[in-house]
Design a protein. Structure first.
Length: 437
């Protein structure tokens, strides 16, 4: 299989403006008449929704720690019909974990090398000029076999600043593909898990259109298109199978963190996805075989969820005979109580005894490997799953039976084992893939 030509948009670190460059580039290429397939390297629940808004095509995660060869091949096949691929990296280009996962350590460099996508390095040149070239040169040569397209200079202060920085890049032999002047309005709104969700942006279409105009004015789009490349792949695979035939999926501003490759796999296998909104006090479809509550920001809507009586009553009714599963925010919503940042306790569904608190924030971040102690919808006991955890809540009470033995990327035990009670289960990690046997 020959994939469309692609690029990896990456950076030395988080906070360089990589996402705004990505969104502007995606839309500018679409405006040029190209069908563009976006990807996100690594475990991110938020950026793919922005990519979808910019291109009109679903964006998919590629994760070398959590995904095996066959799943990566299946995800890469989602680019069929596209003229060009543009992928966005996570954190810094070479950032991953210490212990090898399914096929790698989870860095964006691994994804780029595997797919043959030349790297475009977005560098924040604030406070430096020629010195930025030393950073870029190090990234270009750190892995000699990694294809490297060039750099985009971001937050350039003046024409003089640009000229000096370009001189450094010229001396290092690195192509400058663009230079973006410093602008305070080119920053997406953020909150504690990073960017706000795409559905919450006050005027996302206008923002993306503005980024595209900005990129077109200051980046050499022709050079970027010419730099795109890929490698031929022979691996074959399928996306994950659905855990049930009819799946009631919570989907609103409180519950939106779903990995696109899972939803696409469920649909491709013939499952019916039945969306509903707990925030609108909607009941899950009573004909559903499974209710799935993904993660999101329920802590920002705890008061609303506590008064969503129709939703909670229907959820309890469903759980009398059929399975309910929650991930992270969905898991907390299935619990007894959620305590918000102000110390106010809000009653949740009460299907599990879990009590969580945001009053004293505690950061939980990283890959997770879970070996199921009991069946989970779609998986037998003993199955090993790969996922990712990212939240600030603290467990106050977790009285139910643990769902799994959970480990971090280096094999250390994690306290967040998930819970199960009857037909109800929940995990703090977001499922990415089943581990290869």
């Amino acid at each position: 299989m020959t994939n469309p030509p692609g690029l990896m948009i990456s950076a030395p670190a988080s906070g360089t403006g990589k996402t705004t460059v990505m969104l502007g580039l995606l839309r500018a290429l679409v405006d040029d008449g190209l069908t563009v397939q976006p990807y996100k390297s690594g475990p991110d629940y938020i950026d793919p929704a922005f990519h979808l808004a910019a291109t009109g095509r679903a964006s998919f995660n590629m994760d070398t720690w959590a995904m095996d060869d066959t799943l990566l091949a299946a995800v890469s096949k989602q680019a069929a019909g596209a003229d060009m691929i543009v992928a966005e990296g996570s954190m810094g280009l070479f950032d991953g974990v210490a212990t090898r996962g399914q096929v790698g350590f989870g860095s964006s460099a691994e994804t780029a090398a595997r797919m043959g996508w030349p790297v475009v390095l977005v560098i924040d040149v604030s406070g430096q000029a020629q010195s930025a070239a030393a950073t870029a040169l190090g990234f270009a040569r750190y892995l000699p076999d990694l294809p490297f397209a060039g750099v985009i200079l971001n937050r350039v202060a003046s024409p003089r600043h640009e000229r000096l920085t370009r001189l450094g890049m010229e001396r290092a032999g690195l192509p400058v593909l663009g230079a973006l002047p410093r602008r305070g309005d080119l920053k997406l709104p953020e909150r504690h898990l990073g960017l706000i969700q795409a559905v919450e942006h006050p005027d996302l279409e206008a923002a993306i259109a503005g980024y595209a105009t900005f990129l077109r004015d200051h980046v050499d789009l022709s050079a970027l298109k010419a730099a795109a490349a890929s490698v031929e792949t022979t691996a074959q695979g399928d996306l994950p199978k659905p855990p049930a035939q009819r799946i009631a999926l919570a989907r609103d501003a409180a519950f939106s963190f779903t990995y696109p490759h899972l939803i696409e796999g469920w649909r491709a296998a013939g499952a019916e996805i039945l969306p509903f909104s707990p925030l609108a006090d909607q009941a899950p479809d009573p004909s559903a075989d499974l209710v799935w509550l993904p993660g999101g920001y329920p802590e920002l809507h705890a008061g609303t969820l506590a008064t969503a009586d129709q939703f909670r009553t229907a959820l309890r009714k469903h759980a009398e005979t059929k399975p309910v599963h929650g991930e992270c925010g969905g898991y907390m919503a299935l619990g007894e109580t959620m305590i918000d940042k102000d110390g106010l306790a809000h009653q949740m569904a009460g299907l599990l005894g879990l009590v969580t608190s945001y009053e004293k924030r505690k950061f939980h971040l990283g890959y997770r490997r879970a070996v199921l102690s009991a069946p989970l919808p779609g998986f037998q006991a003993g199955t090993a799953l790969r996922g990712h955890e990212f939240h600030y809540s603290t467990i106050i009470e977790q009285p139910d039976a643990p769902l799994a033995q959970v480990f971090d990327a280096d094999g250390n035990s994690a306290a967040e084992t998930g819970s199960r009670r009857g037909t109800v289960s929940g995990t703090f990690f977001h499922l990415i893939a089943q581990e290869a046997p």
